[in-house]
Ligand binder design. Structure first.
Ligand SMILES: *Cc1c(COP(=O)(O)O)cnc(C)c1O
Length: 504
């Protein structure tokens, strides 16, 4: 292998080099953020070409940071969904508060260890303070605790492992888990990783508003007990991904108390609406859960990689995860000093508490409450204005900030025709590049959905949504009429597929 004849550069940068690197990065980041609302909502037309160009062997020598930044900002980053943009109303929108990026710079540059309390007591205490704030927000008692995770999926996994360990011990293959068909797929994934047979996850049919209810749940529990299973865990959703439905948490808490089941609430999307009056009313009963999944990278507008699990009894969380090792310092004796390595699957990890703590300390809860209230208002306004467009039927009203709807051509009721028309409208809206929506299949029908959760989304984006959806309906009618005259639907030249997947 050819080697350069110069000594390798030092990995320790000089103060000038550090400042220069950050300044150069900022010279790219600031204009990027300042134009984020003008960037296209999706640009994936040459994705494979880009992917091929990026594949290369491990380089032996280096290139300048300037060149790397150019490649990133001119070629790599633009080829993407604009998940942090104000018009992104698809899936669950991403945030990306800049405060968090600075927090990560501090955390990564100082690189302290937060897996063990004794290694960085102050930083660990900052993270447990964040958890205690959340524990208070959901209404858990002082025995509550938790851990910040990479996201909702790992939080759901950690909850299911804790429930399994607490209720079933090591012989759990007859243990069963109950949720609705609307639950997030990470629940089924978590159950599988936790060792449950796939078939032990029961999908209890939801009601007409897509909610898990007590009566069918109790019927499923009785049938399973009669068949020799051990019902163990109920997973309720506080805001489903498809339609935004919030399960009746108090009603399900009653069932779990009576039947001695673990009550987990997946509030990855909806949890932080608990900061608002309307959210607290919708989520009433969450304080009776055994565990709650939250995603600060959704409802607190933080960058991806920030999730959390809260538990009513942090000793149970610790018992489910604690394994000692001779090379680690002894666990903390003071129950108020938490070793995060004992509260979840991770030992080493990023000090993710800092990126939650800094924005909350700088702005206070009031700013986040106001932003979340605004998102709820925007979703209600959007649903009301879309409902006034021809053929639009709101299938799931916004409880929090997410709703689902259908669009039918006049006089048409045939489900397949209506679904095809809806897909065409969705494609037309996304082709306009001002807002981005995704669709979803629910009970065999195609629905369009709007989720307002970016801190950057304001009234202007809802105006654009209403305008573009109206225009897309008109265009879809025209295309249907032409299709009827020609005996076939014309090919659609536009870019986004029905599921929001974008093709060239
Ligand atoms: C987003 C989401 C998840 C998964 O969370 P990740 O952070 O993407 O791992 C789980 N449940 C619900 C309801 C969600 O909205």
């Amino acid at each position: 292998m050819p080697r350069r004849n110069v000594p390798p550069e030092s990995l320790e940068l000089t103060s000038e080099q550090m400042r220069d690197m950050v300044d150069r990065a900022m010279d790219r980041i600031v204009p990027w953020i300042e134009t984020i609302g003008e960037q296209p909502m999706h640009r994936l037309d040459k994705a494979h070409k880009l992917a091929r160009a990026l594949r290369e062997p491990l380089p032996e020598g280096g290139v300048s940071f300037r060149r790397i930044l150019g490649q990133l900002f001119e070629r790599v980053l633009p080829m993407s969904l604009n998940t942090a943009g104000p018009g992104y109303l698809a899936y669950i929108p991403g945030g990306g508060l800049f405060h968090a990026a600075v927090a990560d710079l501090i955390a990564d540059a100082t690189n302290r260890y937060v897996g063990i309390w004794a290694a960085a007591p102050g930083l660990v205490e900052i993270e447990s303070t964040v958890i205690r704030w959340f524990v208070g927000m959901v209404g858990f008692p002082a025995t509550g605790g938790g851990v910040l995770t990479s996201g909702g999926s790992i939080a759901n996994l950690t909850a299911i492992v804790t429930a399994r360990h607490t209720l079933l011990g090591e012989d759990f293959l007859r243990g069963t888990i109950y949720t609705s068909p609307q639950a997030h797929h990470s629940v089924r994934k978590a159950a599988r990783i936790a060792g449950f047979p796939d078939a032990n996850v029961r999908e209890v049919p939801a009601d007409g508003a897509f909610r898990l209810r007590a009566a069918p749940l109790e019927a499923a529990l009785a049938a399973d007990r009669a068949a020799g299973f051990t019902p163990a865990i109920v997973v309720a959703s506080a805001g489903t991904t498809a339609t935004g439905a919030v399960d009746p948490l108090a009603e399900l808490a009653d069932v779990c108390a009576r039947e001695r089941l673990w009550f987990h609430v997946d509030a990855a999307y909806g949890g932080f609406f608990q900061l608002t009056d309307r959210g607290r009313a919708a989520l009433a009963g969450i304080e009776r859960a055994d565990s709650v999944t939250l995603d600060p990278h959704k409802g607190l507008f933080l960058p991806y990689g920030t999730g959390g699990l809260l538990v009513r009894d942090r000793d149970g969380l610790r018992r489910a995860h604690q394994v000692s090792a001779s090379y680690l310092p002894p666990a903390q004796a003071d129950p108020e000093c938490w070793d995060f390595a004992d509260l979840g699957p991770e030992l080493s990890r990023d000090p993710r508490g800092l990126r939650v703590w800094i924005p909350l300390k700088m702005h206070g809860a009031a700013t986040f409450r106001a932003a979340l209230d605004e998102k709820m208002d925007l979703a209600r306004d959007a649903a009301a204005r879309l409902a006034a467009l021809p053929g639009v039927e709101i299938v799931s009203e916004p409880t929090l900030s997410l709703f689902a709807f259908r669009v039918a051509p006049p006089g048409v009721t045939d489900p397949a025709t209506v679904d095809a028309f809806g897909r065409r409208v969705l494609t037309g809206v996304n082709a306009r590049q001002r807002v981005f929506l995704t669709g979803v299949e629910v009970d065999g029908r195609h629905l369009l959905r709007v989720c307002v959760l970016s801190f950057r989304t304001h009234a202007a984006q809802i105006d654009a949504l209403v305008e573009d959806l109206g225009a897309a309906i008109v265009a879809a009618h025209r295309a249907s009429d032409e299709g009827a005259e020609n005996g076939a639907a014309p090919p659609d030249p536009r870019v986004a597929g029905p599921d929001g997947a974008v093709r060239s």
